[in-house]
Design a protein around this ligand. Sequence first.
Ligand code: COA
Length: 195
Amino acid sequence: MASAVRLVISGRSIELWPFEESFITDTYLSWLNDRALMRYSRQRHAHHTRDSALAYLRSFDGSSNRVWAVRRRVDRLHIGTMTAYVDPGDDVADIGILIGHPAARGKGLGQEAWGVAMDHLFRGEGIRKVTGGTSALNTAMVRIFLHWRMQLEGIRREQESIDGRPADALLFGMLKTEWEQCHPQPIAAFGERGR
Ligand SMILES: CC(C)(COP(=O)(O)OP(=O)(O)OC[C@H]1O[C@@H](n2cnc3c(N)ncnc32)[C@H](O)[C@@H]1OP(=O)(O)O)[C@@H](O)C(=O)NCCC(=O)NCCS
């Protein structure tokens, strides 16, 4: 990272940092290439290298899309990534998440990161609607959608082939008005952090 200060979105236990080249480590690449972890992700079909990860990062340059590193607040351990594909014409964003670090999985951090990103997009960036999608077999992700009271808006029947078996793809969405009704107080803070 070139300079010492970054604009960071914080929750209680996690922070979302602008994803930079220095986050592309062997550990990070090992998550992307972990077949079991990525079983339900579209990324499962690809092999990831430092070059492909860098090219992916560069694809965000000059766009309205966002890519964040998810870090554990207590020690700033890099535990995953989040993306937001923002359509500024319609003020909507489609978000995705990966919590890869073995020490961080299954501890509620993915769930928190998802809510923090939604809160920031709605309150900080004026996004009107946030969507997300996953395989119906991805129990952890479906529980995250339901925890944040996103609504099931569509089912793409047998859209995916997981371990050789057809599986439905579920599409969830939430409006800013619905979010603010559920969460009258912000759950994300936005501010500068020294690295
Ligand atoms: C899906 C993912 C983000 C979950 O992150 P996580 O931090 O490990 O999950 P959390 O600890 O926040 O748990 C979220 C919910 O899923 C449940 N859960 C966690 N791991 C689970 C598992 N392996 N099987 C079933 N349920 C699980 C939790 O109990 C929790 O539900 P609850 O609040 O109703 O108890 C993570 O597994 C991941 O990155 N997977 C690979 C990429 C991916 O599939 N992304 C989703 C597409 S956008």
